[in-house]
Design a protein around this ligand. Sequence first.
Ligand SMILES: Nc1ncnc2c1ncn2[C@@H]1O[C@H](COP(=O)(O)OP(=O)(O)OP(=O)(O)O)[C@@H](O)[C@H]1O
Ligand SMILES: [Mg+2]
Length: 233
Amino acid sequence: MSALAVSNVDVFYGAAQALRGVSLTVETGKVCCLLGRNGVGKTTLLRTIIGQLTPRRGEVRLEGADITELKSFERAKRGIAYVPQGREIFPLLTVKENLETGFAHLPRGERKLPAEIFELFPVLSTMLGRRGGDLSGGQQQQLAIARALVTRPKVIVLDEPTEGIQPSIIKDIGRTIRYLRERGQMGILLVEQYFDFAHELADTIQVMNRGEIVVSGVAGELEADMIKRHLTV
Ligand SMILES: Nc1ncnc2c1ncn2[C@@H]1O[C@H](COP(=O)(O)OP(=O)(O)OP(=O)(O)O)[C@@H](O)[C@H]1O
Ligand SMILES: [Mg+2]
């Protein structure tokens, strides 16, 4: 059974169709990379998975259970964590308070910050009292990933975590994703526009174009050129 399975999803914004019959699966302990140019529907798919958008057709399943009708709060409680594009750190809350926003999805007895988030991102432990808005872009991205991990999710969904981030922190993010994959407790869905970063980490690759999945397969078996054709303008 897949950690996450999206099948045949159609999503509209008003009259405009943004997703057309999109299907993909994410397995526990694996990285599924979703690639595609600007505006093809990547974020729309993620918002459908986390429950901010409801598909007109198709379904979303978490460990086999149909969650298509559940609200995003319920999905978060069941184990879907989201690292949004642009990070969406609360600028006026401290780093510690930003991390603790994840507690809302946890039972009372489990509301502790896992030590591993500070092992993965040591810089955060030195900045717990700083305001989120005072962090650099890279630090905010690390905070957004750490915040998602606070809920100990079954599936983590990351929307372009390397966008506008300096190379040294991109490396840290890559290392974190590899660690999570090897630990084998969650499925990872990574949206990217940068082929090299995605290709290094991915077990499976899906490429989206104009609301449809146009390439799908095991990372090592797909031709790089065929993928890149859908990424370069
Ligand atoms: N709230 C909205 N209302 C109407 N149209 C929208 C809305 N959000 C996105 N769209 C449109 O839906 C399409 C897909 O957008 P989406 O944000 O999913 O693309 P994306 O692949 O994430 O792009 P990017 O790489 O730039 O983040 C685009 O044509 C976009 O203009
Ligand atoms: Mg997007």
